[in-house]
Design a protein around this ligand. Structure first.
Ligand code: FE2
Length: 409
């Protein structure tokens, strides 16, 4: 009798738990029509994603579509599988399960971004999640509550990128999944704590082995550029950037994310002179209006600035409210905080706390808020019918110059 119960229990266990974990969504292309579903295949064979516009729970047979991994890469002691879906319908919920020879995953879902020209999108942007699990998990939990279209992650996920650290990071990332199973795609950059480009390429299936690329979101609403401050900036990378910016002149907004700041607001950090030389004028000329930087583990936002060495300038920039670029940052997703002891005359506000940016983008304007993440547990969720309403208890930083940075054309 006991053996029977044991076998029955074992059967139930094997039936209901798939041998997959460390789920993540990433992007290689427009989030309105594509997504990458990634996971770790612990054991079992023939994994298949069953998906569709209707929610069938874990009844995999009822899903209309299926797809097998486009890429498998063993990295960080994990078997990373990636299913790249394209041709999706914009502004639509897609439900999915992963079935393999050993079982079925929980049912997850995602929502493609809108494609209408008058639509609005919400992004979470930050980085530097190494070392401290509590703020890292709080920030992750807050993603699950803000339900953004996209998460921009600016590098330094872990301290040294050991398999153990990556596994922990990906386990913690599961906290970004909402209670109802909704997941959010990441646009990932490389930081100096990722010792190789491969770490980002193999764990996030980004569309460039050198980890610099552009992703257009929606109907040319915004093109997000990911740049790589950990490889040569001059030469090939900047040549590509120049060409891509010119080719995408019609894009409504251009925003940029990379790891090391041009002008860090922590005095012990080295100035980003090479990227200043290569990128500052390019951003200004090509109307890049927002840049998200990381690495220094402090909080800053600048006024719109243009490259200048005139008398009103400091460290190569002066304020230009009409045409300038706003730089925000710098990390704080769980890395040890540093004092912002290196503010400039064109610094708008600065501070020192665990945070990320919450960004709303529509045709007319960009709004940037800095969100303190420590009270994530107490924050209520936004609803998918109005993801731009500030949820109850959300700790929006309200410094001297106001809580909302508004950027217009
Ligand atoms: Fe860094």
């Amino acid at each position: 009798m006991r053996l029977f119960f044991f076998l029955a229990l074992l059967f139930v266990f094997v039936q209901s738990y798939s041998k997959t974990d460390k789920y993540r969504l990433t992007l290689r292309d427009n989030p309105a029509t594509s997504i990458v579903i990634g996971w770790n295949q612990v054991s079992g064979v023939s994994p298949t994603v069953y998906y569709g516009k209707e929610d069938h729970g874990t009844s995999w047979k009822n899903y209309k579509e299926k797809a097998q991994p486009d890429r498998t890469v063993v990295f960080g002691e994990m078997e990373n599988k990636f299913v790249r879906l394209s041709g999706l319908i914009p502004n639509t919920s897609y439900f999915f399960v992963i079935k393999d020879s050993e079982g079925i995953s929980k049912r997850y879902w995602f929502k493609t971004a809108p494609m209408e020209s008058n639509s609005r999108m919400s992004f979470v942007a930050g980085g530097d999640s190494r070392n401290n699990p509590t703020p890292r998990r709080n920030a992750n939990l807050l993603v699950s509550k803000l339900r953004p279209n996209v998460v921009l992650f600016g590098g330094d996920m872990t301290s040294s990128g050991t398999p153990e650290q990556w596994k922990k990071w990906l386990d913690d990332w599961q906290l970004t999944i909402s209670e109802d199973g909704r997941m959010y795609p990441v646009i990932a950059s490389r930081g100096n704590h990722e010792r190789t480009n491969d770490m980002i390429y193999n764990l996030f299936d980004v569309p460039s082995e050198k980890v610099y690329y552009g992703v257009t979101c929606g109907d040319e609403l915004v093109r997000v550029y990911v740049l790589n401050t950990e490889i040569s900036i001059a030469g090939e990378q900047t040549a590509w950037l120049k060409k891509d910016l010119t080719r995408n002149k019609n894009t409504g907004w251009k925003i940029v994310q990379y790891h090391k700041p041009m002008r860090p607001h922590v005095s012990s950090k080295r100035e980003g002179n090479v990227q200043y030389m290569e990128w500052a004028n390019l951003f200004y000329d090509e109307k890049v209006k927002l840049v998200v930087e990381c690495d220094a583990h402090t909080v800053k936002s600048t006024w719109p600035v243009k490259p200048s060495t005139k008398s009103k300038s400091e460290e190569g920039f002066e304020r230009d409210d009409r045409r300038g670029t706003v730089y925000v940052g710098e990390g704080c997703w769980g890395a040890p905080l540093r004092s912002s002891d290196d503010a400039k005359i064109w610094t708008r506000d600065h501070g020192m706390f665990n945070q990320f940016k919450w960004i709303f983008i529509d045709k007319e304007q960009i709004e940037v808020r800095t969100i303190k993440v420590d009270n994530a547990e107490e924050v209520s969720s936004v609803s998918d019918s109005d993801p731009f309403e500030i949820p109850e208890n959300l700790d929006v930083w309200n410094p001297e110059n106001g809580s909302v940075i508004t950027i217009r054309h």
